[in-house]
Ligand binder design. Structure first.
Ligand code: HEM
Length: 134
């Protein structure tokens, strides 16, 4: 039986709380608009079409925040540091990445506590992705 006992609070994932798939699609679409115009970041992306990279990142974030696990069904374990190893992620790339992400997060118009939680994760993750000094 899937009944929820009376008196229990049904937990919502962060994914649900911030508006589900649509919110993550908007976030990553806006982020890639910035990347597409960025002279440092754009050349790092191996594919001519940024669409597939946008899709991978969107599905990753959806999965990370408690939504469907489609990302891992297609890509397996995220292993993000390993997947970034082919790219020179230095301080400048990190800063440019976060700059575009900041714009994209701001445009979501989330509640302050959600925004803070999302930003804390993104800044932490971005710092951990640096693999090149300088
Ligand atoms: C710090 C600066 C970063 C740079 C310069 C960077 C750059 C890149 C590049 C060039 C790719 C390859 C595009 C593709 O073909 O998918 C990529 C993939 C990806 N990045 Fe980043 N990235 C950064 C940080 C991050 C962070 C912080 C996250 C997670 C929060 C992230 C998540 C991903 C994911 C999920 C993929 C696709 C992995 C896959 O192949 O399945 N990246 N990134």
């Amino acid at each position: 039986m899937n009944e929820i006992p009376r008196g229990t609070v049904q937990e919502q994932t962060f994914y649900e709380q911030v508006g589900g798939e649509d919110t993550f699609r908007r976030l990553v679409r806006r982020f890639y608009e910035g990347v597409a115009e960025d002279p440092l970041l754009r050349p790092m992306y191996p594919e001519e079409d940024l669409g597939p990279a946008e899709e991978r990142f969107t599905l990753f974030l959806i999965q990370y925040w408690g939504g469907p696990t489609t990302y891992s069904q297609h890509r397996g374990h995220p292993r993000l540091r390993m997947r970034h190893a082919p790219f020179q992620v230095d301080a400048a790339a990190h800063d440019a990445w976060l700059k575009h992400m900041r714009v994209a997060v701001d445009e979501l118009g989330l509640a302050p506590e959600h925004e803070a939680q999302l930003w804390k994760y993104l800044t932490y993750a971005a710092a951990s992705m640096i693999n090149t000094a300088g």
